[in-house]
Design a protein around this ligand. Structure first.
Ligand code: TXA
Ligand code: MG
Length: 341
């Protein structure tokens, strides 16, 4: 068995490479000049542009290969800046922002005229968040405005959780890469739409449904088939090159062996309860027992299995509570319609 190391080893290796104050100033200058800056957040690396520069925002879509109708998140330095970007702040949004910002929560609100339509895919709402990463916050402060940032990967593929992932995927298409080490949440922010009568979760992410419900004191709708465009919720998003197949946890080892014997180069997401079992496969990533650790490793594992030449990945879904909900969501999207689950 050919074990895949977790990001902790990588974290160790790159934790020394962090952006300096002068890097951050230089990156803010690049944003001012209409350039694109990849920067770390607590969730994934973002591909930043000046939110008020339509040409820069449009370039983001070109670099990602993302359809221009798919809206971006505007990143701001703190809750005190929110009023400038939105038409109004409903009570629910205020409660959630106060509780979870800075943090992995994105709020969908009615946009103010300050937000160009290029950033919102022509919609009258805007997604906003305050990232919880010192480098991101320093960049936003140095820049002084809002920064649109989708995940810094090509449309449909796996989101980057290290600066190295960004460099290898986007290369020269990005004007500046700020290295803040590996992202500590590892899956994207939770998106909550607060424009309707009742708030609804458009994308599960780093803030759990349970945390949101506790903050609001009531149950929440999880509405992933929303009328609002959420490309992250389309099939085959967050997808590696290898085909991802989801099976029951107890079937992972047998399915992997069968596919390997059929001639596939199989990558396995081995459930933690089978960590010590022998597995016949090309590469094995042992799933961490804690969902927080799993979320941190998830995208790195997918990239690593691709890099090792796997054409098929056999995985199972974690229990869909806490961060497990976001992990299961990403695995389903990575598997696409084929998974049938
Ligand atoms: O954690 C994150 O959210 C990362 C980091 C970089 O902040 N960003 C991220 O951006 O995941 P992106 O573009 O990969 O995903 C943003 C999601 C998309 O699914 C988009 O459709 C949704 O946010 N979105 C943006 N504006 C929206 C709006 N006005 N209404 C509904 N959904 C919106
Ligand atoms: Mg994305």
């Amino acid at each position: 068995m050919n074990a895949v190391p977790g990001a902790s080893a990588e974290r160790e290796r790159i934790s020394r490479v962090t952006a300096t104050p002068s890097d951050i100033q230089a990156a803010a200058d690049v944003l001012r000049a209409g350039g694109l800056v990849a920067f770390p957040t607590e969730t994934v690396y973002g591909l930043g542009a000046d939110a008020e520069n339509p040409a820069a925002v449009t370039r983001t879509f070109t670099v990602k290969g993302r359809p221009p109708s798919h809206p971006l998140i505007v990143h701001i330095a703190g809750l005190e800046h929110l009023d400038a970007w939105v038409a109004d702040v409903p009570e629910t949004a205020r409660v959630l922002a106060e509780r979870f910002w800075p943090g992995p929560l994105t709020l969908v609100l009615r946009r103010s005229p300050r937000v160009p339509l290029e950033a919102t895919g022509g919609m009258d709402t805007v997604a906003v968040r305050v990232p919880d990463h010192p480098v991101a916050l320093e960049l936003l402060k140095a820049f002084g405005g809002g920064v649109t940032a989708p995940s810094a990967n090509r449309f449909g593929s796996v989101s980057p959780t290290t600066a190295e992932h960004v460099r290898s995927e986007l290369g020269d298409a990005v004007d500046f890469v700020l290295d803040g080490g590996p992202c500590h949440v590892g899956v994207e922010s939770t998106i909550v739409d607060t424009t309707g009568e009742v708030p609804s979760v458009l994308r599960p992410g780093g803030v759990t449904r349970e945390q949101l419900e506790e903050a609001l004191g009531r149950p929440l709708a999880v509405d992933s088939s929303s009328r609002i465009r959420v490309p992250g919720q389309h099939p085959s998003h967050y997808a590696p090159r290898a085909t991802v197949v989801l099976v029951e946890p107890g079937d992972v080892i047998a399915e992997a062996q069968r596919a390997q014997e059929e001639g596939h180069q199989v990558g396995v997401f081995l459930p933690p309860q089978f960590a010590d079992a022998p597995v016949k496969a090309h590469a094995v990533a042992v799933v961490p027992g804690s969902d927080a650790e799993y979320a941190r490793e998830l995208y790195g594992f997918l990239r690593e299995l691709d890099q090792r030449g796997c054409d098929l990945i056999i995985a199972s879904l974690p229990a869909e509570e806490g961060l497990g909900l976001a992990i299961a969501n990403r695995l389903r999207r990575a598997a696409g319609p084929r998974s049938g689950r």
